[in-house]
Design a protein around this ligand. Structure first.
Ligand SMILES: Cc1ncc(COP(=O)(O)O)c(C=O)c1O
Length: 282
């Protein structure tokens, strides 16, 4: 993982040192938590699957009635310049679009676009090798298809997750599972069918890649997944940009399958790592 103590960031048409990148308190992100963002990985100084992340970012902005002030070509130029200047070949990049400096603290104004580069928080070796434990909570994300900056529920639940000795919390409504605060969810059924919820979830870029890779080896289903399906499952895992494919071995104190990291999860993690490497070579 690379780090740079004095990285550059993009804010309001300028590339400036991150330490002087400030927004005014009148911004709707501060006043009302209004904005969208996206986050992608940089490996070997290459932004991975950038087009997919840009498409989702512009689509989230549209859903929230916010206009991105740069075209996709212009934003790509800024991203490439930051990568070159910051010299963080293994890192993450965040694009944030806020509601802008609102005159009355409520009406949207001209959106502010911020792009920052960070070191990448990857799962620990222990989490990858032994899998993680999760709890569940009743909740459904508002406007689930958009990647908004509202993570209030996930952040409120951090204490509960920790107090139960777990690593994350899976959202469901009346037993129908959706996603984690920051990841998508998959199960592997007894016949090796790989299934993931289709409704009320963010269309994760890793979810899309894993579905494509899984379809080459197994049956795949984008369908309703219930808590009962998890109880009957052979394996379960989460996917996200930073976590890739991370196995889940326990839910609400009960083991999933045999309580160990499963073969399908391991295979798909390896497939994804190789897929990322092929992207870099291209
Ligand atoms: C709500 C939600 N679901 C799923 C994901 C995973 O998406 P991706 O694979 O594009 O990182 C994220 C990522 O942050 C998220 O915020």
């Amino acid at each position: 993982m690379s780090s740079n103590l004095n990285p550059y960031a993009y804010l309001q048409n300028e590339i400036i040192p991150l330490k002087s990148a400030y927004l005014h308190v009148s911004d709707l992100a501060i006043q009302r938590g209004y904005g969208v963002f996206d986050f992608f990985k940089i490996q070997n100084s290459t932004p991975l699957f950038l087009q997919d992340y840009l498409t989702r970012f512009y689509s989230s902005a549209l859903m929230m009635g916010l206009e991105v002030p740069l075209s996709e070509r212009e934003i790509t130029e800024v991203i490439l310049e930051l990568i070159q200047r910051n010299e963080m070949p293994e890192s993450g990049m965040k694009m944030i679009l806020t509601g802008g400096y609102s005159a009355n603290g409520y009406d949207p104004a001209e959106p502010n676009l911020i792009i920052t580069q960070h070191s990448l928080p990857m799962p620990t070796e222990q989490q990858v090798n032994n899998g993680i434990k999760i709890i569940t909570a009743e909740y459904i994300r508002e406007l689930a298809r958009a990647k908004t900056i509202n993570y209030s529920m996930g952040i409120r639940l951090i204490q509960q997750v920790k107090s139960k000795g777990a690593d994350d919390v899976l959202y469901h409504q009346n037993g129908v599972v959706t996603e984690f605060p920051r990841s998508n969810f998959f199960i592997v059924k007894q016949d090796n069918t790989v299934a993931t919820p289709a409704q009320e979830v963010l269309m994760g870029i890793t979810r899309k890649n894993v579905l494509e890779l899984a379809a080459k080896r197994y049956n795949v289903e984008e369908a309703e997944v219930t808590l009962q399906d998890i109880a009957n499952a052979k394996e379960a895992f989460m996917t996200s940009t930073t976590k890739r494919v991370l196995s889940i071995v326990e839910i609400d104190g009960r083991p999933i399958g045999n309580g160990k990291v499963g073969e399908v999860s391991k295979t798909l993690l390896q497939d994804l790592i190789e897929f990322e490497e092929r992207q870099i070579e291209e």
